[in-house]
Design a protein around this ligand. Sequence first.
Ligand SMILES: O=P(O)(O)O[C@@H]1[C@H](O)[C@@H](O)[C@H](O)[C@@H](O)[C@@H]1O
Ligand SMILES: [Mg+2]
Ligand SMILES: [Mg+2]
Length: 294
Amino acid sequence: MAGSGERSRDELLEEYLKAAVQVTLEAGQIIREALTSEKRVQTKSSAADLVTETDQLVENLIISTLSNKFPSHRFIGEESVAAGEKCILTDDPTWIIDPIDGTCNFVHGTPVVAVSIGLSVKKELELGVIYSCVEEKLYTGRKGHGAFCNGQKLQASTQTDLSKALILTELGSIRDPVAVKMLFNNMERLLKVPAHGIRIVGSAALDLCHVAAGDVDAFYQFGLHCWDMAAAAVIVGEAGGIMIDTAGGPLDLMSRRVVAAGTLEMAYQIVKELQPVAYERDDSTEDTSHSLCK
Ligand SMILES: O=P(O)(O)O[C@@H]1[C@H](O)[C@@H](O)[C@H](O)[C@@H](O)[C@@H]1O
Ligand SMILES: [Mg+2]
Ligand SMILES: [Mg+2]
């Protein structure tokens, strides 16, 4: 039991969640206000993998704010990794950050953009905050304490039949023709079941919030990153949903692939239809880029 001077683990996690919410709302306002302004756009792994000065400014704001409050904590940020930082998860409290999820939407002024901040402690995802900046919908989840959207409790879908499912996915920023064909093949296989429909909105984090909210039945993707999934893994789990690997095993945060659904039965039916598209892991240290998608 913590002494009177020390805070309990529960109090610490509450403090972490509060700090994440505060900086997320601040970041969301910056993004909302910059949505329709002139942007300096650069590319990363492909001509469609975009980054703007707002992505970088927001990530710096989040990291500086949280590291000032919690100096012993570590950070995995999408744009820091793009600038060469390692994407390695240790036992230390680690914030896993996507400053703008949906940067391509942001560049085009499409109002489907989010900030995503997850926290891992001893390699366990403990809390997540995702803010849909234009809708002003704040999704939060803390392990064992439920998931909420603007304070309303979230409950994932109870649908177990793939032929009655509305599914979300993302094609990501890969433009290699073979990989694109494989991504479309997976959509075709699901439509042949036939699933009710497949939708693409341009933000994996917001897709996963829809799974947590129960207004879609499932999401899957090959090619997303740990920062797209970290916060959402807590929010979906706390809403009664499930996030697993596309091969059916447990979620592997660094694997670049995921199936999320309201029920395990739904997730397994999707796993059965999917053919793998191999991407280089977020935490890979070897040079495998010649054989794997980036
Ligand atoms: O690059 P951001 O905008 O953070 O991520 C976007 C989506 O979240 C993701 O699903 C998609 O795979 C990625 O290509 C896209 O950039
Ligand atoms: Mg992203
Ligand atoms: Mg991003």
